[in-house]
Write a new protein. Structure first.
Length: 330
């Protein structure tokens, strides 16, 4: 009887265990179904900035993310990953899943590195969602110094070597500086400074003669009378009243512009529907009063925005010009 009672007792437990297992499986499948069909996005999207906090790329990300959050219904936390002229941050993007939950700011200084023999990444590894901002880059000098015009600087560089504070060797800053030295037969030497503040203080402290920088990044120095622009690398007069009298390279017959641009990109292979959703969100960002105010505050071209369908051509053209400029400089 004892043997029989044990078997009778086991049977209900076995049946109950089986039902539990079936229920667990059913619950698991039910939980998986919403995930498989969840609308994108359903959790935060990382906004990677391959530069430090407070710079132009960081400001673009923070301005755009606030507006995009309202449209997409999820947060877009800004993650600063500085290092190696933006390569460290781009590496983070390219080693992340191509699922639309990581976007990054790609700027001209980093993009110019693709002209090297061993580029850190390739254009076909990314999808540009939009060009969000274009700023005329130029040469700036200490407003209290002896040079008032580009001609003053050019004359001085014929007599002695002038140092130019740049972001790094191989950057648009360095490419342009080497081109001018070769084209005009003047003595210019690039000196890299890792941080923007170091470049700016080098001019004020007399450790460099010129700084290559875009308009918005040194606005406070210009507005306070510390920096003076002497030449912009732009094909047409800068559409900003404050710089109406500053010559541009296009007017002087210098075949170099390479404006600073900042694009938002995702990793190649990201699903097309997610790419489109992100690109559409950025298109709406570009039309908002907040973003237009940001462009104005940055002394940027008011017609900066380039939509996704034209962004590839823009970047390919920019890269060809950089390569052409390097070839001329040899």
């Amino acid at each position: 009887m004892l043997h029989t009672s044990i078997r009778e007792g086991d049977a209900p437990r076995a049946s109950w265990t089986g039902r539990l297992r079936k229920a667990a499986v059913a619950l698991g499948l039910a939980a998986a179904l919403p995930l498989a069909h969840a609308a994108y996005p359903d959790h935060p999207i990382n906004f990677i900035v391959p530069w430090g906090a407070g710079g132009g790329a960081d400001l673009l990300a923070r301005t755009s993310s606030k507006i995009m959050e309202k449209q997409l219904g999820v947060s877009l936390p800004v993650i600063n990953v500085p290092g190696a002229d933006g390569v460290v941050g781009m590496t983070k993007l390219l080693t992340s899943p191509a699922d639309g939950y990581n976007v990054a700011v790609l700027i001209g200084d980093t993009f110019a590195l693709l002209t090297g023999k061993n580029p850190p990444f390739k254009l076909n590894q990314i999808i540009p969602l939009a060009i969000m901002i274009q700023q005329p880059s130029g040469y700036w000098v200490n407003a209290k110094g002896p040079w008032k015009t580009w001609q003053d600087v050019e004359n001085a560089a014929k007599k002695k070597t002038l140092t130019v504070a740049v972001t790094g060797f191989g950057s648009a800053d360095d490419i342009t500086t080497r081109y001018l030295a070769h084209k005009l037969g003047i003595k210019l030497e690039s000196v890299p400074f890792a941080k923007p503040g170091q470049r700016y203080s080098s001019i004020l402290g007399g450790n460099a003669d010129i700084v290559y920088e875009q308009t918005g990044d040194v606005r406070s120095y210009f507005d306070s009378g510390k920096f003076r622009p002497v030449l912009f690398f732009y094909p047409k007069p800068v559409p900003i009243p404050a710089f109406a009298k500053v010559p541009v390279s296009g007017q002087l017959g210098l075949d170099v512009t390479l404006p600073q641009f900042r694009a938002i990109v995702v990793k190649a292979g990201t699903p097309p529907d997610r790419v489109k959703k992100l690109a559409d969100a950025l298109a709406k960002v570009a039309q908002t009063p907040e973003f237009k105010a940001y462009l104005n505050q940055q002394y940027a071209d008011p017609n900066s925005y380039v939509p996704m369908q034209n962004a590839d051509a823009f970047m390919a053209g920019w890269l060809r010009q950089a390569e052409h400029t390097i070839e001329i400089s040899k």
